[in-house]
Design a protein around this ligand. Sequence first.
Ligand SMILES: [Zn+2]
Ligand SMILES: [Zn+2]
Length: 127
Amino acid sequence: MERNTIQRKVILEGIASLCHATVDEIFDYSKKFIPNLSFSTVYRNLVVLEDEKLIRRIPNKRCKDIFESTCKPMHDHFVCTKCGRFIDYGNGKHHHKVVDKMGNLVIESTKISYGICEDCLKKEALK
Ligand SMILES: [Zn+2]
Ligand SMILES: [Zn+2]
């Protein structure tokens, strides 16, 4: 297999198995299979894969952007500000193309909510 093909395959597998991953996590995963892989190569691949709509990037103001596979239909995310957990929610119903109140065609929209997850809330209550 060509080198680029192997890199892409490993990176895509990494994203699929990690579910939600930052570029650092994808790099750590991929390095186990391709020891001489560089960080910039991983980053470059992520940009290409995103352009090809094989992965989607979720902006995350709490840490680095998160990548996930587009095999999963569009959905919303909840980020725990205590433990950093990334939780999928929503049924994606509002992710269909719609014309908004201003007359613009919305092709993609996703919501990110920040807060404290159920587990962290329980831990807080025990204190
Ligand atoms: Zn939490
Ligand atoms: Zn997700």
